[in-house]
Design a protein. Structure first.
Length: 279
């Protein structure tokens, strides 16, 4: 209802804006066709594509905020974003159905969930996980989702080096230059390589935050440990040096997936998707 107050001999009527309705989205996307998550003025992005579809469906301007940015060509097997609407979403299930009809095949939404006004997809997140996949043989069906690398790798040495990462908090050696980070401090909770029955290697890393290009740079350097260019002790020295010029080049984008985003239970609990299985 309008509010009012008296000023002198006049009664002023103040039109109160309706309170926004906050919602979280769970989605996944194939990043090959996009310049990354973040909106760009002259290139397609996941954020921009999602905003256009939501605005068309809900018939109001929509601004979407993501759990974090992914770079050009990087995928997300699990991603969370939030947006506000003027009108409440009456039927979240139907909204998901219609939204997926409007979105291209490279983006899939699994849930739309009302959340508290203070919930924020980026700032409320407590932990994120990335996975990187390396395939040791040529496979035409996975060339867009793995790094097909044919040099034999010593996974024992790679895991010895990766196990050091939770002991560090400054990752300047793996931070992209001129990315305007306020700090290069990250708290890594897990970092390890596994190999499946097909010989596909998977690097899993969890932390409270990640720097731009950090995971791909770590993978590239760990691969150099696996092929014998560096020893695990030399890898330690690279991390300790805080010198980007000493790390290896970044691994290709297509093998990287944002695979998990974790929130406090009172903010948001996952509704859909197996976070790790792609099929």
């Amino acid at each position: 209802m309008p509010g009012s107050y008296t000023g002198g001999n006049f009664l002023y009527i103040c039109e109160q804006k309706p309170l926004p309705h906050a919602l979280f989205l769970e989605l996944r996307y194939d990043g090959a066709a996009y310049c990354g998550w973040q909106r760009q003025p002259d290139q397609p992005s996941v954020q921009q594509t999602l905003e256009r579809a939501l605005a068309t469906l809900l018939r109001e301007p929509i601004e979407v905020v993501g759990a974090g940015r992914t770079d050009t060509g990087v995928n997300a097997s699990y991603y969370v974003a939030h947006f506000d609407t003027v009108k409440p979403v009456a039927d979240p299930v139907q909204t998901v159905y219609k939204l997926n009809f409007l979105l291209p095949g490279s983006i899939a939404v699994a849930s739309v969930t009302p959340v508290a006004d203070e919930a924020h997809a980026r700032f409320s997140a407590r932990e994120r996980e990335y996975r990187y996949y390396i395939e040791p043989s040529k496979n035409p069906f996975t060339r867009g989702t793995t790094w097909q690398y044919y040099v034999p790798l010593d996974i024992v040495r790679m895991n010895e080096a990766a196990a050091m990462l939770p002991g560090f908090d400054d990752f300047t050696s793996f931070a992209k230059l001129n990315s305007n980070n306020k700090t290069n401090i990250c708290h890594v909770k897990q970092a390890a390589w596994t190999v499946d029955e097909q010989g596909v290697l998977c690097f899993t890393i969890r932390a409270d935050r990640f720097l731009r290009n950090m995971v791909r740079s770590l993978v590239g350097t760990l691969v150099d440990v696996g092929r014998g260019r560096y020893t695990p002790d030399e890898f330690r020295a690279i991390v300790e040096s805080r010198d980007l010029s000493r790390s290896s080049g970044g691994a290709p984008a297509q093998g990287l997936f944002l695979s998990d985003v974790v929130y406090p239970a009172d903010i948001f609990e996952p509704q859909c998707f197996s976070k790790y299985k792609l099929l």
